[in-house]
Design a protein around this ligand. Structure first.
Ligand code: NAD
Ligand code: LMR
Length: 328
């Protein structure tokens, strides 16, 4: 294992997700014993709060935290970063859909895409958590023409983890027995959590569940609307679980998916499964050495086809909206 610190940027570092994410990163959840250098970006008014968070990071005396730099200048913070976790963006409140955040948050990703394009390390990987995550990733990618498109992804791992947890609760299986879960499409209420290709203890999950009514009317809406349910209950959006999923996604991207399993990541479509090329849409992917590949050859029945089409149509609408806003 390399002893050179990996330079990891986190934006929105003084926010709710940041308050959980930074400590997970610094304590080794991403890299184990490999040293990590944190580069934390915030807007100017939040820098004082961020200084307080850094005091707390210091107070943890994490053995593998090789350094922390904070600032409000994206070009300085992103300089030489190997991984950029773009979290900083406004969260939605009760009654809003994530797509309602496009005009408020889109411009953040234009500027950050440009800055990454200029100063990030040649091997940079960029994970977008800030909502609407898929289209924000599209904005960042489009504004960073020198960075290969496969270095961008948006977070649907939280939905993936939610789907596994719901399926485990329904069947009594351990979460570790559930493999090949897929979230298709947008990180939004139209997303399609797919049990038909998932496995529980090596058996087809839909057959184990054997309850199409539960799949259609309980499982899918529970997973797809979980973010709203948390906002309703907590008064603010998911934070610790979002941080945990952000770590899971980055870790698997850098270190690879286990044999016999895959993960859900929103990545640029090459047209696989009829998803329009160029959209950042969630797929089943395997990863190896920092690269991902869309799992090929899955049979898509009419039910799944309609769900995937509905979610990717929403992504196409979002792409049109940000094109009209001049963000891409
Ligand atoms: P928060 O409001 O607590 O924190 C956001 C932080 O971003 C704030 O500190 C703010 O100052 C900062 N920020 C705003 N503009 C910035 C910029 N240009 N550069 C750097 N920092 C900037 O919000 P949160 O709860 O941490 O959520 C952050 C985002 O993550 C929201 O958009 C939320 O909807 C999204 N989210 C996504 C998922 C997912 O699964 N993809 C899950 C949960 C939350
Ligand atoms: C989530 O899924 O919890 C986040 O995207 C926050 C939200 O707005 O739902």
């Amino acid at each position: 294992m390399s002893s050179t610190p990996l330079k990891v940027a986190v934006t929105g570092a003084a926010g709710q997700i940041g308050y959980s994410l930074l400590f997970r990163l610094a304590s080794g959840s991403l890299l184990g014993d490999r040293p990590i250098e944190l580069r934390l970006l915030e807007i100017t008014p939040a820098l004082k709060a961020l200084e307080g968070v850094v005091m707390e990071l210091d107070d943890c005396a994490f053995p593998n935290l090789a350094g922390v730099e904070i600032g409000d200048d994206a070009e300085k913070i992103f300089d030489g970063v190997n991984l950029a976790l773009l979290v900083g963006a406004r969260p939605r409140g009760p009654g809003m859909e994530r797509g309602d955040l496009l005009s408020a948050n889109g411009a953040i990703f234009t500027a950050q895409g440009k800055a990454l394009n200029k100063v990030a390390a040649d091997d940079v990987r960029i994970g977008v958590t800030g909502n609407p995550a898929n289209t924000n990733a599209l904005i960042a990618m489009t504004n960073a023409p020198d960075i290969p498109q496969n270095r961008f992804s948006a977070l649907t791992r939280l939905d993936h983890n939610r789907a596994i947890s719901q399926l485990a609760a329904k069947t009594g299986a351990a979460v570790t027995d559930i493999k090949k879960m897929t979230i298709w499409g947008n990180h939004s209420a139209t997303q399609y959590p797919d049990v038909f290709h998932a496995e529980i203890g090596g058996k087809n999950a839909a057959e184990v569940v054997n309850d199409q009514d539960w799949v259609e009317n309980t499982f899918i809406p529970t997973v797809a609307k979980r973010g709203a349910a948390i906002i309703e209950a907590r008064g603010s959006s998911s934070a610790a679980s979002a941080a945990s999923a952000t770590v899971d996604a980055a870790r698997d991207w850098l270190h690879g998916t286990p044999e016999g399993d895959w993960v859900s990541m929103a990545v640029v479509s090459d047209g696989s499964y009829g998803v329009p090329e160029g959209l950042i849409s969630s797929f089943p992917v395997t990863t190896k050495d920092g690269d991902w590949e869309i799992v090929q050859g899955l049979e898509i029945d009419d039910f799944s086809r309609a769900k995937i089409d509905a979610s990717t149509a929403e992504l196409a609408d979002e792409r049109n909206a940000v094109t009209e806003l001049g963000l891409i």
